[in-house]
Design a protein around this ligand. Structure first.
Ligand code: RB5
Length: 177
């Protein structure tokens, strides 16, 4: 884990819809003294948000104490994809309050935002709030938040066990892909 004096490590990524905002936020992060790694995309050609969500999330899992920031059109696809990785708690935030609560109560380690739904100025404010807010789970009165986040981890473990045992899931066979 990083101590307060160490630079925050941030991995950032977007699909084509979030490309412009992602570049702006990358510069904002650098200017505000964070160590930021841009994992793409690097142009506005059509791209698939799950690819970038996976790359950023893997880096976050490999680097304790780091955060991920993901932008797509709405932030929805990025949050869905990132949350598929065990250990990732991605929060789609459209305002500063959501960002604050996602850190304080949920110990979110990835922030996702909508570049087509949220103005740049607000994106910066949400990002800043996310990065400066600490999880309350380590404080004596925050024990319930730690317990709840740990329960998310238990769901992941049980899901993995079911998959290893080859136990089926009740997928709706009628949906189309
Ligand atoms: C791309 O058109 C758009 O679907 C994507 O950026 C994102 O909003 C998906 O959730």
């Amino acid at each position: 884990m990083l101590n307060d004096k160490q630079k925050q490590l941030v991995y950032i990524g977007s699909d084509h819809a979030g490309f412009g905002s992602k570049n702006e936020l990358r510069e904002y992060l650098k200017e505000s003294g964070r160590e930021v790694t841009d994992l793409g995309v690097f142009n506005e050609e059509g791209s698939d948000y799950p690819d970038i969500a996976r790359e950023v999330s893997e880096k976050v899992l490999e680097t304790p104490g780091s955060f991920g920031v993901l932008l797509c059109g709405t932030g929805i696809g990025m949050s869905m994809a990132a949350n598929k990785l065990s250990g990732i708690r991605a929060a789609l935030c459209n305002d500063e309050n959501a960002a604050e609560m996602s850190r304080k109560h949920n110990d979110a380690n990835v922030l996702t935002m909508g570049a087509r739904t949220t103005e740049l100025d607000l994106l910066k404010k949400i990002l800043e709030k996310f990065l400066v807010t600490k999880f309350e789970g380590a404080e004596p009165e925050g024990e319930r938040h730690l317990r709840r986040v740990q329960k998310i981890g238990e769901i992941e473990k049980e899901d993995k066990k079911r998959e290893e045992k080859g136990e089926g899931k009740n997928f709706n066979k009628n949906f189309s892909v």
